[in-house]
Design a protein around this ligand. Structure first.
Ligand code: OGA
Ligand code: NI
Length: 376
C-alpha cells in the first residue's frame, strides 16, 4: 500500500509528458491491425482499459451532467405522432416539433407506426453481426468510404482518446447495391427496417417543412430524404467506464438522424451547457437535427452536440439512420433556404455541396463545429 502511494506521488511529480509518453500511434496501429475492434479486446478478457482509450479529462468533464430528476426539470421533448393525419391536431404536433428543433435539436417520437417487433429484430440483427467470430467481421473491416464497412472509431488515428465502440456502416439509399453486399447476419432485417425508416422519415420531413413555414414537400423536394445510411453501433461493456466514452461528443453530419436505441441508456445531449440523458423509452425513436438542416434553416433549427457514456454493463446497441447522400457525387448546392430569408434574417452560410461540407467535417473531426467553416 505504502509503495503504491509513493508510486502515485512520484507520478504526480513527473513532468506530464514523461508518464504519458508512450508510442500512442504504434498502439493505435496495432489495435487497428487486429481488425477485431473493441469487441476483440473484450473477447480476450481485458480487465483494464488500454491507454489508447484513456480520454483527456476535458473530453469527459467539459460540462456538468444532469441526470434523473434534475433541478432544472430539463427533459428531451417527447412528441406523440398518433394524430398526425388529423388536420386540427397536426398543428399542435408541428408546433411541438418546431420548438423542440429550435431549443433542443433533439426529440423522441412515439406512435410513429414502426412496429416494436421490427425495432427489436433490427437491433438483434446488429447484435448478431457484432457478436460473430472476428474472422467473419474482418472481411468488412475498412477505413475507406465504402457502401458496407465495419470499423472502430472513424477518427481512431486522429483522436487523443478512442471511444469504446464498434460500428458497422451500411449505405441503404438512394442507390441500393445488390443485397448480397450486406452481411448475412443482418441483411434481411436491415433492408426491411430501411423501408420503414424511409416512410417515417417522410412524415418527419413533412412536419419539419411545415414547422419552417414551408410547403410540406419542400424538404423532400430539395433532396433531404433521398439518401440514408445506417450506423449500426455496438458498445461492449467497459472495464473502466469513467476513463473513456462510448461515443465522444459530436454533431451529426447529415440533414436528420433517426436513432433507435436499446434499453441500456448512456446517450446524452448538450442542453444549456449541461449534459442531459436521453432516457430509453420503449418503442420510441429519437430524432435529431443534423448540421445540414441547421445550415439550410439558417440556424432556426439546431444541430446539437451529443455523446454516449461508456458503461460497465452491456453491450449497448443502437442504430443511427443518417439522412444524407454523402456517397453520391452531386453538384447540388445547399445554402440557407430563400423562403426563410429577409432583411432581418440575412443568410448566415455560404452555399456548399454535401461533399464539400463533409470534407470540412472530416478535417476538424467531430469535436469541432464544421459549420463554422461555411459561415458568411
Ligand atoms: C451517432 C450517434 C448515438 C447512439 O451514431 O451519430 O450519435 O446512441 N449515436 O449510438
Ligand atoms: Ni450522433
Amino acid at each position: 500500500m505504502a509503495e503504491m502511494e509513493i508510486g502515485n506521488d512520484e507520478q504526480k511529480m513527473l513532468p506530464k509528458k514523461e508518464h504519458e509518453d508512450y508510442d500512442r500511434a504504434k498502439d493505435v496501429k496495432a489495435f487497428d491491425d487486429t481488425k477485431a475492434g473493441v469487441q476483440g479486446l473484450v473477447d480476450v478478457g481485458v480487465v483494464k482499459l488500454p491507454p489508447i482509450f484513456h480520454m483527456p479529462r476535458e473530453y469527459i468533464h467539459d460540462h456538468p451532467t444532469l441526470n434523473g430528476h434534475n433541478l432544472h426539470g430539463f427533459q428531451v421533448p417527447i412528441i406523440d405522432l398518433k394524430h398526425v393525419s388529423d388536420p386540427c391536431l397536426r398543428k399542435e404536433i408541428v408546433d411541438k416539433m418546431r420548438l423542440a428543433s429550435e431549443k433542443w435539436g433533439f426529440f423522441q417520437v412515439i406512435n410513429h407506426g414502426i412496429r416494436q417487433d421490427v425495432m427489436k429484430e433490427v437491433l438483434e440483427g446488429v447484435r448478431r453481426f457484432h457478436e460473430q467470430p472476428k474472422e467473419v467481421k474482418m472481411k468488412y473491416y475498412s477505413r475507406e468510404t465504402e457502401i458496407v464497412r465495419y470499423y472502430t472509431n472513424y477518427d481512431l488515428h486522429q483522436s487523443k482518446g478512442a471511444s469504446w465502440r464498434d460500428t458497422l456502416i451500411c449505405v441503404m439509399a438512394p442507390t441500393p447495391p445488390p443485397p448480397k453486399i450486406y452481411p448475412s447476419a443482418c441483411r434481411e432485417i436491415l433492408l426491411e427496417y430501411s423501408k420503414h425508416v424511409q416512410s417515417i422519415g417522410e412524415v418527419i420531413f413533412e412536419l419539419l417543412s411545415e414547422a419552417l413555414g414551408l410547403d410540406p414537400d419542400h424538404l423532400k423536394d430539395i433532396g433531404c430524404l433521398e439518401g440514408h445510411t445506417f450506423g449500426c453501433q455496438y458498445y461492449p461493456p467497459c472495464p473502466e467506464p469513467e476513463r473513456t466514452l462510448g461515443h465522444v461528443r459530436h454533431r451529426d453530419p447529415d440533414f436528420l438522424t433517426i436513432l433507435l436505441q436499446d434499453q441500456i441508456g448512456g446517450l446524452q445531449v448538450l442542453h444549456q451547457d449541461h449534459w442531459i440523458d436521453v432516457p430509453p423509452l420503449e418503442g420510441a425513436l429519437i430524432i435529431n437535427i443534423g448540421d445540414l438542416l441547421q445550415l439550410i434553416s439558417n440556424d432556426k433549427f439546431r444541430s446539437v452536440e451529443h455523446r454516449v457514456l461508456a458503461k460497465s454493463v452491456g453491450p449497448r446497441i443502437s442504430l443511427a439512420c443518417l439522412f444524407s447522400t454523402h456517397l453520391e457525387p452531386s453538384d447540388r448546392v445547399y445554402g440557407p433556404l430563400k423562403q426563410l430569408l429577409s432583411p432581418q434574417n440575412p443568410p448566415l452560410y455560404q452555399e456548399t455541396t454535401i461533399l464539400n461540407y463533409l470534407n470540412s467535417y472530416k478535417s476538424v473531426g467531430g469535436l469541432e463545429n464544421a459549420l463554422s467553416f461555411h459561415k458568411l
